[in-house]
Design a protein around this ligand. Sequence first.
Ligand code: K1U
Ligand code: ZN
Length: 174
Amino acid sequence: MALLEILEFPDPRLRTVASPIKNVDGRIASMADSMLETMYDAPGIGLAAPQIGLLNRVIVMDCVKEEDATPEPMVLINPEITGSSDALNVHEEGCLSIPDQFAEVERPAEVKVRWLGLDGKTLEETFEGLWATCVQHEIDHLNGKLFIDYLKPLRRQMITRKMQKLKRERARGD
Ligand code: K1U
Ligand code: ZN
């Protein structure tokens, strides 16, 4: 398994709509393994394939944050939101592709999601709490959407400018 490079905003691949997986095979299982390894190493609680430059509809998550708790890695292939609660929840979000920037985002508190597992079988589950926030954030990545798109224009512009400056500094080798 290998650690993968995480793309950073404003990389245009983060704005691309990812394609569905047609065949769930060993290639997808090994990609999911590398994604989980990269997510745990970052560290993060989720990762979507476009963040590592693969424009396929695959996400991984593990929202168990306590250090001594049993990990609960999840791999969701072609995930779709099939239902959302009217009740909303505000959670502070970060993004491994927008380092060191955090903001409160309002989203449905519970979502029902359908996806394919690594065995190709269809699964459906209702997520709540941090899991609900995370699965919505990751599915947004598959549609080229980022958490900063939910912010007021001024805040979004400030984060965009910081990230553009960081990119220029890195290109100069600062
Ligand atoms: O998709 C990503 O960029 C990963 C992102 C997921 C996410 C975080 C918070 C709310 C919604 C979605 C992250 O994992 S950012 C890092 C992070 O939140 C974290 C890192 C270590 C421990 C706990 C949280
Ligand atoms: Zn993200």
